[in-house]
Ligand binder design. Structure first.
Ligand code: CMP
Length: 131
């Protein structure tokens, strides 16, 4: 996902270009906006965390770009490309170092496992939207 603050700042094209230039193939892509209910469901795993309310509110605050990406070792390589959750700790050249505003408004989300990637992909896309 490209998150609301990165979309509002006009970074979507540059972020997508960077992702594709690193060998990720697009399987699905959608410009959409999450309701608070949908954002809460997407991040349900973080329900008990102190930042959950802020996270849900923020993720529903504006349009996002959702994508399914394919590559060998996609989860690991994408997490390396996006960098640490907190942009202050993200390595040079990573997406979060370049484009994130803060730990909460951190520009992009990447799945943390193949199993979660399948769940999160199905959250946004029907099989007819995946190629
Ligand atoms: P993401 O990779 O989408 O997964 C969970 C998100 O919760 C994370 O990126 C951040 O946007 C957010 N998050 C994690 N830790 C904090 C925190 N300490 N304060 C606010 N938001 C956080």
């Amino acid at each position: 996902m490209i998150k609301p603050e990165a979309m509002a700042a006009g970074h979507a094209g540059k972020i997508l270009d960077l992702i594709l230039s690193k060998g990720f193939k697009l399987v699905a892509l959608k410009y959409t906006r999450l309701s608070e209910g949908e954002a809460g469901q997407f991040y349900e795993v973080h329900k008990e965390r102190p930042f959950y309310g802020e996270l849900v509110n923020y993720m529903a605050s504006g349009p996002i770009l959702a994508a399914i990406l394919e590559k060998d070792d996609a989860v690991q390589d994408f997490r390396a490309l996006i960098g640490a959750t907190d942009p202050a700790e993200a390595a040079e050249g990573t997406i979060r170092k370049r484009f994130a505003e803060s730990k909460a408004k951190n520009a992009v989300h990447g799945s943390d496992s193949d199993a979660n990637a399948a769940i999160e992909g199905a959250f946004f896309f029907s099989t007819r939207e995946q190629y």
